[in-house]
Design a protein around this ligand. Structure first.
Ligand code: C2O
Ligand code: CU
Length: 496
């Protein structure tokens, strides 16, 4: 087992079977969709977010303690512009250390949110448990950093307009800490995106989709991480598959509904779930026109009847509600699951309205990488290890802070061949990539554009072309199933 001591018992369920008990859940589509507040700068280019516990009403009539940026979940949206640097001061007022990562950000290594580079609430005096050990290994004590009270993260945002998100990244505890609410959007905007006639303003909506389970008192229910339970339950315990809840939240509300006009809307879909994948479809029918992927606009729009979205992926889509008669309830459903995880949210088409938006046939010039651009080929095998007490490993090795699995050169493109034994959404920090092949064939229609996370499915081999741009330093790659990440499916990547 990994460095699990001191994590506390958060309910007794194992995952997959993490169910809400004895709590009256709302009927689907009765709670209005919230839109996260937009963060206001404390002075130009400077933002402050306080991580704190707060009781909020998620299930009507019940209070749930969230650990939120500014006490809200999702955290405030940082709505920023390409090339204008933002300095975000994160103050930790929680009982646990935190590290904040900007997912999809082209960020200097020091601000990337390395898992042992922690902010600790003032006066807490946290020290790592178990003598700096992780998975039975010693971690170089120099790798632990403790910022008392607060620290600044510097985001130059010298990157294309895109839907990014920030979330906790603490060593071994990212799963439980994100589950409790430590996640929010960061939208990068630029002139190119602004100049397009895509839907804007309150017709451009970020949607953070994630599943949760609740205890009878309303608290978020997360499986016990008591290592003895894990060992007894064995490696096939559902915890190993990642934690899934039975209540689907969008922007922090259960199965919400949004009233829309019969016009086009731009929906920035983010799967912020710890482990659940969704296959999103519209009922009674309809299409998503994808205009962007994880790291910005596509070259041209792509239509999908269904969008499969793995943890941490984003799909920037346009849905045209003029296709439905006024009065229609259009539901967003998850056809990968039955039961309570089938419904996601609904849009009620309330009225007709003028629509001056359009989806141009050409969106951007993202550029295309070719196999011949790669200076090196590397293979990364994402697999459960027999050796490390069933830990999840990359190339047979559990996360070993300070010892990189690869040292790519800044300014080059590499071909990475990703192989797996399970669903592993693979995420690379700093560098964006393009999917070249899936199982030796052309990529899926939903693999297009620049990405930072790819949905690697069981026994697949996916080839991606990764471009290292921006900064040198210690970054990482990992599985974005957060329980897999916490169980060591992560590696340092040193950009040299
Ligand atoms: Cu969204 Cu390293 O994470
Ligand atoms: Cu995984």
């Amino acid at each position: 087992a990994l460095a699990l001591a001191g994590c506390g018992r958060l309910g007794g369920e194992t995952s997959g079977r993490t169910l809400t008990s004895a709590l009256r859940l709302p009927a689907p589509f009765t709670v209005p969709l919230p839109v996260p507040p937009v963060a206001r700068p404390v002075r130009p280019g400077h933002y402050e977010l306080a991580q704190r516990a707060a009781k909020v009403e998620i299930i009507p009539g019940t209070r749930t303690e969230v650990w939120g940026f500014d006490g809200v979940f999702p955290g405030p949206t940082l709505d920023l512009r390409r090339g204008s640097q933002a300095v975000v001061r994160v103050r930790n007022e929680l009982s646990v250390p935190t590290s904040t990562h900007l997912h999809g950000g082209v960020t200097p290594a020091d601000s990337d949110g390395y898992p042992t580079d922690l902010v600790v609430a003032a006066g807490r005096g946290f020290r790592p448990v178990g003598g700096h050990s992780h998975g039975g290994m010693r971690i170089d004590p120099d790798l632990w950093k403790f910022h008392p009270g607060a620290r600044d993260y510097v985001y130059p945002l010298d990157q294309r307009a895109a839907t990014l998100w920030y979330h906790d990244h603490r060593m071994d505890f990212t799963g439980p800490q994100v589950w409790r609410g430590l996640a929010g959007f960061l939208l990068v905007r630029d002139d190119e995106d602004d100049a397009l006639p895509l839907p804007k303003g309150d017709r451009d909506i970020p949607l953070m989709i994630c599943d949760r389970a609740f205890d009878e008192d309303g608290a978020f229910r997360y499986p016990s991480r008591d290592p003895s339970l894990l060992v007894r339950a064995g490696v096939d315990d559902a915890y190993m598959e990642g934690v899934q809840g039975d209540v689907v939240l969008v922007n922090g509300a259960p199965w919400p509904e949004l009233e829309v006009a019969a016009v086009r809307y731009r929906l920035r879909l983010l799967n912020a779930s710890n482990a659940r994948r969704y296959r999103l479809e519209l009922r009674p029918g309809g299409r998503f026109v994808q205009v962007g992927s994880d790291a910005g606009l596509l070259a041209a729009p792509v239509e999908h009847d269904a969008v499969t979205i793995a943890p941490a992926e984003r799909f920037d889509v346009v849905v045209d509600f003029s296709a439905y008669p006024v009065g229609t309830r259009v539901t967003l459903v998850n056809t990968l699951d039955g039961g309570t995880a089938r419904n996601v949210m609904a849009f009620r088409v309330a009225r007709k309205a003028a629509d001056d938006s359009a989806i141009p046939a050409r969106l951007s010039r993202p550029g295309r990488l070719h196999r011949s651009d790669a200076v090196t080929t590397r293979v990364f095998d994402f697999r459960k290890s027999g050796e490390w007490a069933g830990a999840w490993t990359i190339n047979g090795r559990p996360f070993t802070p300070g010892t990189p699995l690869a040292r790519p050169r800044l300014g080059t493109v590499e071909l990475w061949r990703l192989a797996s034994d399970f669903h592993h959404p693979v995420h690379v920090h700093l560098a964006h990539f393009q999917v070249l092949t899936r199982n030796g064939k052309a990529p899926a229609a939903t693999d297009g554009g620049w990405k930072d996370t790819v949905d690697l499915r069981p026994y697949e081999v996916v080839e991606v072309l990764v471009r290292f741009e921006g900064y040198r330093g210690r970054y990482m790659m990992h599985c974005h199933n957060l329980e897999h990440e916490d169980m060591a499916m992560m590696a340092d990547i040193d950009v040299v």
